[in-house]
Ligand binder design. Sequence first.
Ligand SMILES: Nc1ncnc2c1ncn2[C@@H]1O[C@H](COP(=O)(O)OP(=O)(O)O)[C@@H](O)[C@H]1O
Ligand SMILES: [Mg+2]
Length: 254
Amino acid sequence: MNYIITTEQLTKKYKNFTSVNDVSLHIRKGSIYGFIGPNGAGKSTTMKMLLGLTVPTNGSFTIDGKHFPDDRLVILKEIGSFIESPSFYANLTGRENLDIIRRILRLSKSSVEDALELVGLTEFGDRLAKKYSLGMKQRLGLAGALLGRPPILILDEPTNGLDPSGIHEIRNLVKSLLNLYDCTILISSHMLSEIELIADDIGILNHGRLLFEGSLDDLRQNALQSGFAADNLEDVFLSMVEKDNTARKQRAKL
Ligand SMILES: Nc1ncnc2c1ncn2[C@@H]1O[C@H](COP(=O)(O)OP(=O)(O)O)[C@@H](O)[C@H]1O
Ligand SMILES: [Mg+2]
């Protein structure tokens, strides 16, 4: 299998609390990988480690043949990211905000127009960021991640806080990216239902542990075997989490 990102027993501890625990991910090149887990499961922490924003306590990872920590800077050049509601300069326009990122990344001027076009913000490019709706801010965040069309996109809950039509819009946008250029997308959510329409593979995280990793078909099979309707994967996800939480409580009592 051609994996573009693999993590090996990736672990992050804060004092005596383990936020990410022995996580081994396998992300196929050209796929959309849905990283699912309740709030606090460790999704953002995992993504921050991949982006070099926080250092793993244990384990390692490889991105596009480059191994962390030796190739940290090379790795970063290949990834566009959207982490936890990106912030912008409120008194600058959308276009100006993107231009700042473009200069830092030393990309051509046309990359800003390209990114605005990709997320459908071209006609709003000259509006101040503070006048953007939440959905437009999320799209501007995605445009920032897309500058220079990086081969890997790491998107942390890009639909967070959006209404159903906003969620639908971002979902379609993310899905369309794979047709626009050759990329791989790691996208997180606390709801499987938000991601299952676009993801090829799913990783389910709870309390820092990976409970499941596989294709959507694998998850459907798993659902049927556990007595669920295969068309209600959200229930399967929630029950996996609940089962794990119960087992944890029992272990804690012993
Ligand atoms: N800097 C930090 N110091 C201590 N604990 C942290 C820190 N960052 C995150 N955590 C904890 O790690 C756990 C996982 O957080 P996070 O990765 O943000 O989860 P998610 O993105 O899945 O909601 C949470 O319990 C959170 O409180
Ligand atoms: Mg998070």
